[in-house]
Design a protein around this ligand. Structure first.
Ligand SMILES: *[C@@H]1O[C@H](CO)[C@@H](O)[C@H](O)[C@H]1NC(C)=O
Ligand SMILES: *[C@@H]1O[C@H](CO)[C@@H](O)[C@H](O)[C@H]1NC(C)=O
Ligand SMILES: *[C@@H]1O[C@H](CO)[C@@H](O)[C@H](O)[C@H]1NC(C)=O
Length: 238
C-alpha cells in the first residue's frame, strides 16, 4: 500500500449543525474502526482495470487484500477523510491524472478484518469519461458494512446534448472534450457522499436522506455557489 502513487484530492463540505470533536483515531483505510456521528472516517478509492480488483477473475477482493497486489499493478490511490454524516463532495483533479491510463475503473474501500468494498465503477476509457458519482457508505452500529455507487439512471443528464448515457446508468462526456485531451472541459471527478445506517451509539445517520431531497433542487447548482471550478462548466449544459 505504501508504494501506491497517491492522487491530489479535495473535499468540499457543507457544514450543517454543530462542529463536534473527532473520536476516531484510525487514519488508515486498511484498518477496522467503529464510528460515531461527527467522527472523521478514512477510506480509499483505488483506480485500476476491472480485472485487477478480482482474484482469479471471479472473486472481488478488497484493495487492502495483499493477494491483489494492486500496488505493483497499474493503479492509483486516493484517500479521503470526510466527517461522518456530513454532506461532502470529494474531488479528484484530473489535470495530470487520466483515469483511462490506469484501467478506467474505481473501487471504494475501507477495513481489513471487516473489509468493505464497492463494486468497480466505470470512470473512463479513451472515448468516454464519467465525472460525477454518488457513493453511499452504510454503517451498522458504527461499523462500515457496505459501500455502493448510487445511480439515478441518467436523470441528471437526460436531454443534455453534452452527455451520453452509458448502460442506462452513467452520464458520460466525450474524453476528447476534456482539457489536456483536446477539449476545454475540466474533467475532474466529483464524488458526492451519502451516509446511512447507525453509528456506534445507534444514532441514525441521515445525510443520505438529505442528499435525496437535495437532488430535486440540483445539488450541482448548490455546489457551484461554493466552488465554481468543478461544476460551473456543467451549468452550461444543465
Ligand atoms: C482459477 O480459475 C481456474 C478456472 O476457473 C481454476 O481452474 C483454478 O483452480 C482457479 N484457481 C484458484 C486459485 O482458485
Ligand atoms: C468505452 O466504454 C463504453 C461504455 O462502456 C463502450 O461502449 C466503448 O466501446 C468503450 N470504448 C473503448 C475504446 O473501449
Ligand atoms: C485542477 O488543477 C488545475 C491545475 O492546477 C486547475 O487549473 C483546476 O482548476 C483544478 N480543477 C479543480 C476542479 O480543482
Amino acid at each position: 500500500m505504501a508504494a501506491w502513487a497517491m492522487l491530489m484530492v479535495a473535499m468540499l463540505v457543507m457544514a450543517v449543525g454543530l462542529d463536534a470533536a473527532n473520536t476516531n483515531g484510525v487514519y488508515q483505510p486498511c484498518a477496522d474502526t467503529k464510528i460515531q456521528r461527527s467522527d472523521g472516517f478514512t477510506f480509499g478509492i483505488a483506480f485500476s482495470s476491472k480485472d485487477n480488483f478480482y482474484n482469479n477473475q471471479s472473486h472481488q477482493l478488497s484493495p487492502c487484500d495483499r493477494r491483489l497486489s494492486l500496488a505493483s499493478l497499474n493503479s492509483q490511490l486516493a484517500l479521503f477523510r470526510p466527517k461522518v454524516d456530513e454532506i461532502s463532495l470529494l474531488s479528484i483533479n484530473t489535470s495530470s491524472f487520466f483515469p483511462d491510463s490506469y484501467g478506467g475503473y474505481m473501487v471504494a474501500f475501507a477495513g481489513r478484518k471487516y473489509a468493505a468494498r464497492s463494486l468497480p465503477a466505470f470512470v473512463a476509457n479513451s472515448t468516454y469519461i464519467v465525472t460525477s458519482f454518488t457513493l453511499a457508505l452504510e454503517f451498522q452500529k458504527g461499523r462500515l458494512q457496505n459501500l455502493y455507487w448510487k445511480r439515478d439512471g441518467c436523470a441528471s443528464c437526460s436531454g443534455n446534448t453534452g452527455f451520453v448515457c452509458l448502460n442506462k446508468q452513467d452520464c458520460a462526456i466525450k474524453t476528447s472534450s476534456c482539457k489536456n485531451r483536446g477539449g476545454t472541459v475540466d474533467c475532474s471527478l466529483g464524488i458526492q457522499l451519502a451516509f446511512s445506517g447507525t453509528d456506534k451509539h445507534l444514532m441514525a445517520l441521515n445525510s443520505w436522506y438529505e442528499v435525496e431531497n437535495l437532488r430535486q433542487y440540483s445539488l450541482y447548482g448548490l455546489y457551484s455557489n461554493l466552488k465554481s471550478s468543478l461544476t460551473s462548466q456543467y451549468n452550461a449544459f444543465f
